[in-house]
Design a protein around this ligand. Structure first.
Ligand SMILES: NC(=O)c1ccc[n+]([C@@H]2O[C@H](COP(=O)([O-])OP(=O)(O)OC[C@H]3O[C@@H](n4cnc5c(N)ncnc54)[C@H](OP(=O)(O)O)[C@@H]3O)[C@@H](O)[C@H]2O)c1
Length: 327
């Protein structure tokens, strides 16, 4: 059975082993808010937020780039309605280390202060480097992370899309400064087992780094509502395998889910938790949030895990951006 809570090194607030991704909140191109998805509104997001909190989920993952800051602004507005919620939340956001940000120390602090302004909070719980695209050394990046942590602007620090080598280097650079690396956020799902097969998941466990699994239901593809005859809308670039291949994985999720009275999404999320990762599925509605929270509180059997391992796509092909996804 899963641990009831997980800790991020440096962060005092424990979290359930499943969080909420908020990329869709305010984003137009990929998720359609104000664009192709006319049902996605701040009212439906508010319902998703409340359903997530009611289900005991406390980790909310956002980024300065999601909807050009709109995801952070929406969370800020939600929190302003109920400031007492802040204490139990684990708010995670990200710094985009674009190669032109060469003065990374000052740039990171300014970016985090702007995120805090949008979120309406004094500090976040986890500040992550969004991708391994900076031209600066791991030492310079670690120094910048250590500075924002020492300034009390974040409790914990993390990275995203980092390979084993990149993660090990920044872990060591942070350790020199007395700062633990709390997390590495990578794409991990039954459509992309690479973090497991590459040894990244095991390396995280060795270093005490929590692996946050993004796009854990393949950007909606593993829910069962999309298929080869009904592909997902929008520009969903992660997990964009041919839907005929995805359909075989969904059929397996359905078979196992039917036996356990669980939905395909819940089985897909449970598989990640049973592997030791923390999935952060995006939820646009209360129903989606409630269904995803049903990944908690039960376990797959050894036989079910083995069948899912066998039926998963290996996900070693470079589908997304190979400059971005090293992990
Ligand atoms: N660090 C990075 O580079 C990176 C990259 C990607 C994502 N992320 C983070 O990871 C989070 C999750 O990843 P993701 O949003 O890409 O993909 P995901 O969580 O695999 O899929 C989310 C989408 O699936 C659909 N959905 C969710 N729950 C559902 C349910 N129960 N039933 C039916 N449909 C459901 C919704 O879209 P529809 O209703 O429109 O189908 C939702 O927006 C993001 O929000 C973000 O915080 C990080």
């Amino acid at each position: 059975m899963e641990p009831s809570t997980v800790s991020l090194a440096g962060c005092a607030t424990p979290l359930a082993p499943l969080g909420v991704g908020t990329w869709a909140w305010g984003d137009r191109k990929t998720w359609g808010m104000g664009g192709y998805d006319t049902s996605l509104s701040e009212a439906t997001i508010t319902e998703a937020w409340e359903a997530s909190l009611d289900a005991g989920l406390t980790l909310f993952d956002t980024a300065e780039v999601y909807g050009d800051g709109e995801s952070e602004r929406i969370i800020g507005r939600l929190l302003a309605r109920e400031p007492s919620r802040r204490r139990s939340l684990v708010l995670a956001t990200k710094f985009l280390p674009s190669p032109q940000k060469l003065a990374v120390k000052g740039a990171m602090r300014a970016a985090l202060e702007a995120s805090l302004e949008r979120l309406g909070v004094e500090h976040v719980d986890l500040y992550q480097i969004h991708g391994p695209i900076s031209l600066r050394s791991k030492s310079a990046l670690a120094e910048a992370l250590a500075e924002v942590q020492a300034a009390g602007l974040t409790s914990a620090v993390g990275v995203s899309n980092y390979s084993i080598g990149e993660m090990t280097k920044i872990h060591a650079e942070l350790a020199k400064r007395g700062v633990p690396l709390a997390s590495n956020q990578v794409e991990y799902s039954l459509l992309r087992r690479r973090p497991e097969t590459s040894g990244l998941l095991a390396a995280c466990a060795r270093l005490g780094v929590v692996l946050l699994a993004y796009s854990p239901i393949g950007q909606g593809r593993l829910t069962g509502k999309y298929s080869a005859s009904k592909p997902p809308p929008g520009g969903r670039g992660f997990s964009a395998h041919p839907m005929t291949e995805v359909d075989t994985v969904v059929a397996l999720l359905r078979r196992i889910g039917d036996e356990r009275q669980r939905t395909p999404s819940q089985v897909a999320l449970r598989w990640l938790i049973d592997k030791g990762a923390i999935p952060i599925p995006g939820a646009k509605t209360a129903d989606q949030a409630r269904e995803n929270a049903g990944g908690l509180g039960w376990s797959l059997t050894t036989e079910e895990l083995a069948a899912l391992d066998e039926g998963a796509l290996k996900g070693t092909r470079s589908l997304g951006n190979r400059f971005w996804q090293h992990g």
